[in-house]
Design a protein around this ligand. Structure first.
Ligand SMILES: Nc1ncnc2c1ncn2[C@@H]1O[C@H](COP(=O)(O)OP(=O)(O)O[C@H]2O[C@H](CO)[C@@H](O)[C@H](O)[C@H]2O)[C@@H](O)[C@H]1O
Length: 495
């Protein structure tokens, strides 16, 4: 099959969080399983050019219809870990993708709506008629709308769209001007059954457009699929998602086994595996040295996260002080978009600056993230909601035990050491329910207690996590089944 991945992120060249890992991991696995896969991204000025092979301009003067005229774009091509990637660069006054960062600009909906339009114009003008466009999150919400409303009539009528929701908390709300400037019929589309936001009749909801116009919609874990249909985690889209139940389902994400492999990871000083777990201690020493933490027999509790309300920042804050009180070390690597959260954590970092057992690193740092997974004994993930969550899966691969709140994909992947009904070999962490300090302490306290009093049992939990299969092989099969289900059959029978 010919599959286009439409995504605002792809690790490691343009990554703000888990969506970057998803696009990279799924694309690589689909290509390995024999498909023609192409990723199309905006050409951000913040792209990590050092991770792209053979970058060159392949399409000059792509004139993309916009407002009453056109925006001239260039398209570059390069390979990222062997995956074929196209990067679209508009030359316009707004400098849509020359902002020094991927997200967080006041005109984000306008920037990404243009990306959707430019992507389709590129496919059309370059003569591509893929079997599937796999879209991701609100940034690509206009892709299926434009395909159906504009490009199908121009002949792109055999392409089908699979749309994955990575976070229903962000829906791309904006005004109807965004439809007009991208050549769409406002009267026709601003209706309750199409793109009008259910909560605000004046707003366009780009994510809703993606859901309504796609042939199939997935989200990134079965538990989150249920939550967005039946709880306030649907952020106003519950009834829409129930209405489209027959084209909706959850597919648990994988993680890339090459990028996240403690046995071969070039970013950690002492690679190790289940048979050489004792070498983890060398990574712990390296982390302590790098962050100027004291040496000694204390467990390292960690957080690697975007600092966002979704991630349970109040409980992360509580976790820092609780872990220190319990005689642990605490390391946080956190990136915040919201200025208030950035300021709040910067303040805590200042308070604890000279503490020998604590370090808060604010910002995004790929290499430090790898070292933390390799060094830490526990990772804390007290999310308010979590569509899938990759950090618990990565941590487990590195023998770091997750302590998580039982929501979304965390509930589907972490099984409590004491209370799970699974066989012992499948228990791999600690789980709590209540979004309260007491809830968090009930799980983190048990984890610390086990580390201290029953190290052999704690080691077994680490091994259980390391041996679990979280590869992309199965999820990619699942997506292929969805693609086959929605695609237009070819008369020559070639898959
Ligand atoms: N400060 C920092 N520095 C370096 N690396 C950092 C970092 N903060 C986070 N990361 C890395 O970014 C990734 C984050 O994964 P998450 O599952 O937490 O994704 P996120 O919530 O962004 O994405 C959404 O999409 C993903 C993919 O579908 C879902 O798993 C998730 O639930 C949903 O919220 C991990 O690879 C982590 O190591």
């Amino acid at each position: 099959m010919h599959i286009i991945i439409a995504t605002p992120e792809c690790a490691p060249v343009a990554k703000a969080g888990g969506l970057g890992d998803f696009a990279h991991g799924l694309s690589r696995e689909l290509a390995l399983q024999g498909h023609r896969v192409e990723i199309v991204l905006p050409r951000y000025d913040s792209l990590r050019l050092d991770r792209i092979d053979g970058l060159r301009k392949v399409f000059a003067d792509l004139w993309v219809p916009y407002h009453d005229g056109h925006v001239r774009c260039d398209v570059e091509h390069g390979e990222v870990d062997g995956i074929s990637c196209y990067f679209i660069e508009p030359h316009s006054e707004q400098a849509f993708f020359r902002r020094g960062r991927i997200y967080g600009e006041p005109d984000d909906p306008v920037r990404f709506a243009f990306y959707a339009r430019a992507l389709l114009e590129f496919l059309f003008k370059s003569g591509r008629q893929p079997d599937i466009i796999h879209c991701n999150d609100w940034q690509t919400g206009l892709v299926p709308v434009l395909l159906y409303e504009v490009y199908a009539r121009l002949g792109m009528d055999r392409t089908r769209v699979c749309f994955t929701l990575h976070n229903v908390g962000y829906q791309g709300w904006t005004d109807d001007q965004v439809l007009r400037v991208n050549g769409l019929d406002v009267e026709r589309l601003m209706t309750a059954d199409r793109l009008r936001d259910p909560g605000n009749p004046d707003a366009v909801n780009l994510l809703k457009g993606g859901i309504v116009f796609s042939n199939f919609v997935t989200t990134v874990s079965p538990r989150y699929a249920w939550e967005v249909q039946h709880t306030e985690q649907g952020y106003g889209l519950q009834s829409l998602l129930l209405q489209y139940d027959d084209k909706f389902g959850g597919v648990l994400n994988g993680i890339d086994g090459d990028m996240w492999n403690p046995q071969t990871d070039p970013l950690i000083p002492a690679p190790y595996g289940p048979e050489t777990l004792e070498r983890k201690a060398r990574n712990r020493s390296a982390l302590r040295e790098r962050l100027r933490l004291a040496d000694g027999p204390k467990p390292v509790v960690s957080v690697v996260s975007r600092l966002d309300r979704q991630k349970g920042v109040e409980l992360i804050r509580h976790g820092i002080f609780y872990a220190l009180e319990q005689g642990c070390q605490f390391v946080l690597l956190g990136s915040a978009l919201e200025p208030a959260l950035q300021a709040e954590f910067a303040q805590i970092a200042r308070e604890l600056e000279t503490h020998p057992d604590c370090h808060l690193e604010l910002g995004y740092d790929e290499e430090l993230a790898h070292l933390i997974y390799a060094a830490a004994d526990m990772i804390l993930i007290p999310s308010v909601y979590e569509p899938c969550g990759l950090t618990q899966m990565i941590a487990m691969r590195y023998g770091c035990v997750p302590v998580v709140r039982r929501v979304g994909g965390l509930a589907d992947t972490v099984f409590d050491a004491n209370y799970s009904d699974r066989p012992f070999a499948e228990r791999n962490g600690y789980v709590f329910d209540d979004f309260t300090p007491a809830g968090l302490e009930s799980a983190l306290g048990r984890a610390i207690g086990l580390w201290r009093r029953h190290p052999e049992y704690f080691r077994q939990l680490r091994l259980n996590g390391m041996r679990a299969d979280h590869s992309w092989a199965q999820p990619a099969q699942h997506y292929q089944a969805i693609y086959r289900h929605i695609r237009v059959q070819r008369s020559d029978g070639v898959d």
